[in-house]
Ligand binder design. Structure first.
Ligand code: 5GP
Ligand code: MG
Length: 172
């Protein structure tokens, strides 16, 4: 498979700074807990939390619905958060929405843990795939992307490419 750059590291950094400012403004005066969806959210979360100008707690959840380049249709939670989420203002940070299934399941998961509030931020949104399922967008989104497989900046293909600084489209 070949790869084509969709977003350069500079474009990503610019958008992450904007998102950080918006999120800081929204959560001002509320204690914020950022929960990264591992492993894909790792680069985005590392950059985004440093653009949030508020007291902030950090945790993660490990969830996956993909094997290789295909969704396997069910969300598997492989590691749960360490913190007690009761009464917390949670920001879920993930790499990408495809069908929307993973993020929707995780929002419900944190609501059931009695969080005071659950908001979500994703870097990428395959809006056409998500809308087909009638699912809502994240509260904050970096970029819309076409309905194709992307890698880099945390996103993998069978665990490869996560360390690419830019985001690339896999083409045949
Ligand atoms: P969904 O449940 O929305 O269909 O899938 C979301 C999850 O699948 C994301 O958190 C991500 O881990 C993975 N995923 C979806 N689309 C892509 C893609 O184009 N590339 C990569 N590497 N992962 C994807
Ligand atoms: Mg993921």
């Amino acid at each position: 498979m070949a790869e084509k750059t969709l977003f350069s590291s500079d474009e990503i950094a610019g958008r992450v700074a904007e998102l950080g400012a918006e999120i800081s403004s929204y959560f001002r005066n509320r204690p914020l807990t950022a929960v990264t969806v591992m492993t894909g959210g790792i680069c985005f979360a590392a950059d985004l939390i440093r653009q949030i100008n508020l007291p902030l707690w950090v945790d993660y959840i490990s969830a996956s619905s993909y094997r290789g380049t295909q969704s396997c249709g069910e969300v598997c939670i492989k590691a749960k958060p360490e913190l007690d989420c009761t009464g917390r203002h949670i920001l879920l940070i993930d790499d990408i929405i495809d069908s929307g299934f993973t993020l929707n399941c995780l929002v419900e998961y944190f609501k059931k843990l009695d969080a005071a509030e659950v908001k979500s931020c994703v870097l990428l949104d395959k809006a056409s795939a998500r809308q087909k399922n009638g699912l809502c967008a994240a509260d904050w989104t970096g970029f819309k992307v076409p309905d194709a497989f992307v890698v880099g900046y945390g996103l993998d293909c069978d665990e490869e490419f996560r360390n690419s600084a830019d985001i690339r489209l896999m083409t045949d």
